[in-house]
Design a protein around this ligand. Structure first.
Ligand code: BGC
Length: 627
């Protein structure tokens, strides 16, 4: 076949010969063309590469948040061991370690990631275990060291962390250190805060060195006839204060921490830490309010509370914890009741961290009289506005020292407060029983005083027992609410247990526990873990906040604190679209609400005293990419 335009004289075309090809290849014209093409090829590659690198460098980055740690991921749950579950054989009416172990599946199922255990150490129980006789042993009423290890193993198997109460301010007067200190035996002579009497009354009564008061009422000084000196006790006289001006004491307490770290615990809740140091000159405290409700609050505690060096001691504890943190953070939570602005110092700073978080008791300080959308708004904002940069918030709704949530705010608001608390940025801390809305029990001083084997109670509580929130956990409608099969329980079970108990709430279609579990689940989402918080009060009585992270479903908590129904326009909040879906709602709304229902955000009907959580697809204004 002939190729058009090519004339062959010798028959059909067979292509160029090798020699002809080589001749063409070395022809200067083709050499130049080839070179040009090669240069063009590589230049365009280089230009593209440079372009790509420039784009990567110039384009604003999405900051990847630091991965959160175990103590940030799930709610923490305070277990009050005396009241959780009696697991002894035969039953004795007191909660104990084996009892707690038997309830771990329930705790896991709630969605809780860590348990803070109130004291389980050997103690004469004058202050329910906060008076410790041996910091390294377990009180027989709670079980044995083997029981402790068994609990700790069972918790590890379930991925639940264990945080112990650590009581550094004082020991029991029965502690060996105190006994030896009384006798001035070295090195214990100055392990406690001892001082001479200011003088003696004519009839010989020793006069305390100053006007310092115990938190529980009366003078903070107790005369010891044997040593012929006063010792300091900021709590009960059976709880002498340790002397942190003696470096050996600090070392002893660090050894105690190390002991429990070696047992595998994951951290500590540190009790009453603002009391660790007092004025060396023992100066009188100024009287600030003669008419105050109790003696302790009459004084301005400038010489016994929150002395600057307290933070140095806590910093030492933190360093020790960090040294033990190779396989995960060992957490430090501090307990101090003080105004938020001052409390923030307990976080320390980036180079010298102290607590992972100091407990935030702001929600506890809200009472039934002053609860409102506005007061909860201020409570949240006070914490968030004062929070040091990079610090992690936390929210506490109740504990063994304060009236229960349902009693403070009313049963209707239990879910609403849990919604607010569980979906805010930070770690929520739930006191056992609050997940089902347990209420305070009428317990008289006499009943507290006469509890089986425990003859406890500070003076101040002679009028009002301090145990209403400490009564046994209500598991079911059976004998003693399923807490114990003993004839008598250490505190009476609340008579409402027949209807208010775990089992009935788990069986019910809708209940506080069911709400709690859904909230704990929602916490795991990206918007709750790492999203922004925006919060507002609408129509005076509705608190709304959103949690939004671009690219992920948003969450919105809406709570109506008023008694009457109100209609709100939720589209007033940034990123909120016209529609959202109901994720969870208060038990008080159960009659008219349905989960997953689509609702219009511009007109949301909120019945009184309740709340709901909505999910939505957040809207963001179109971004213009600069050319
Ligand atoms: C505890 C109390 C205890 C006190 C003294 C508080 O912080 O929570 O229950 O009585 O410290 O240890």
């Amino acid at each position: 076949m002939l190729v058009e335009g090519y004339v062959s004289t010798d028959g059909p075309y067979t292509g160029l010969t090798k020699d002809q090809l080589l001749e063409c290849a070395y022809c200067p014209l083709w050499v130049r063309v080839r070179c040009l093409l090669l240069v063009a090829y590589w230049t365009s590659w280089l230009v593209m590469l440079a372009g790509a690198i420039t784009l990567v460098v110039v384009t604003p980055k999405c900051l990847t948040p630091e991965p959160l740690q175990w103590w940030q991921l799930s709610p923490a749950y305070q277990v009050y061991p005396l009241s959780y579950q009696d697991g002894s054989h035969p039953p004795d009416g007191f909660g104990d370690i084996l009892g707690i172990e038997s309830r771990l599946d329930y705790i896991k199922d709630l969605g809780v990631g860590a348990i803070w255990l109130s004291p389980i150490y050997k103690s004469p129980m004058k202050d329910f275990g906060y008076d410790i006789q041996d910091f390294r042993d377990i009180a027989p009423v709670f079980g044995t060291m083997d029981d402790f290890h068994s609990l700790s193993r069972a918790m590890k198997e379930r991925g639940i962390k264990l945080v112990l109460d650590f009581v550094p301010n004082h020991s029991s007067n029965l502690h060996e250190w105190f006994q030896k200190s009384v006798k001035r035996e070295a090195p214990y002579t100055d392990y406690y805060v001892w001082t001479d009497a200011k003088g003696f009354e004519p009839e010989g009564t020793p006069i305390p060195p100053n006007n310092w008061r115990s938190v529980f009422g009366g003078s903070a000084w107790e005369w010891n006839q044997e040593r012929h000196q006063f010792y300091l006790h900021q709590f009960l006289k059976e709880q002498p204060d340790l002397n942190y001006r003696n470096p050996w004491v600090l070392q002893e307490m660090k050894n105690v921490l190390q002991f429990w770290l070696d047992q595998g615990v994951d951290g500590f809740r540190m009790d009453a830490v603002a009391h660790l140091l007092e004025d060396e000159e023992l100066r009188d405290e100024p009287v600030k309010d003669e008419d105050s409700i109790d003696e302790y609050s009459q004084l301005d505690h400038k010489y016994t509370f929150n002395l600057p060096k307290v933070l140095d001691i806590l910093r030492e504890f933190r360093i020790l914890l960090d040294k033990n943190s190779e396989n995960g953070t060992k957490i430090m939570i501090t307990e101090v009741y003080m105004p938020v602005e001052k409390l923030m110092a307990y976080y320390g700073n980036k180079s010298h961290p102290i607590a992972h978080f100091p407990f935030n008791f702001e929600l506890i300080s809200v009472s039934q009289e002053n609860i409102s959308a506005q007061s909860i708004y201020s409570t949240i904002m006070t914490w968030m506005d004062n929070l040091p940069k990079g610090a992690w918030p936390n929210w506490v709704s109740g504990n063994h020292d304060n009236s229960r949530m349902a009693t403070r705010f009313g049963n209707e608001l239990v879910d609403a407060i849990n919604m607010i608390m569980l979906l805010l940025p930070g770690t929520p801390v739930t006191y056992n029983g609050e997940e089902m809305g347990m209420e305070d029990t009428d317990v008289s001083w006499e009943q507290t005083k006469d509890t089986v084997g425990i003859n406890a109670g500070p003076m101040k509580y002679k009028l009002f027992s301090r145990d209403p929130e400490r009564t046994p956990m209500q598991w079911n409608a059976g004998m003693n609410a399923g807490f114990s099969t003993a004839n008598q329980t250490w505190l009476p079970v609340n008579p409402n247990y027949k209807t208010l108990n775990v089992q009935s709430q788990l069986n019910a279609k809708w209940s506080h526990i069911k709400v709690y579990k859904l909230l704990a689940k929602a916490r795991k989402t990206e918007a709750i873990m790492n999203g922004e918080l925006a919060i507002r009060v609408l129509e005076d009585c509705v608190l709304v906040y959103t949690r939004v992270k671009k690219g992920f479903p948003g969450y919105m908590v809406v709570v109506n604190f008023a008694v009457d129904t109100v209609i709100v326009d939720l589209t007033k909040l940034d990123h909120v679209p016209n529609e959202s879906f109901i994720y969870v709602f208060s038990t008080t709304y159960a009659h008219s609400f349905t989960a997953k229902k689509r609702i219009s955000n511009s007109e949301v009907m909120m019945p009184g005293q309740g709340g709901m959580v909505l999910t939505f697809v957040p809207e963001f204004p179109e971004e213009t990419i600069p050319l």
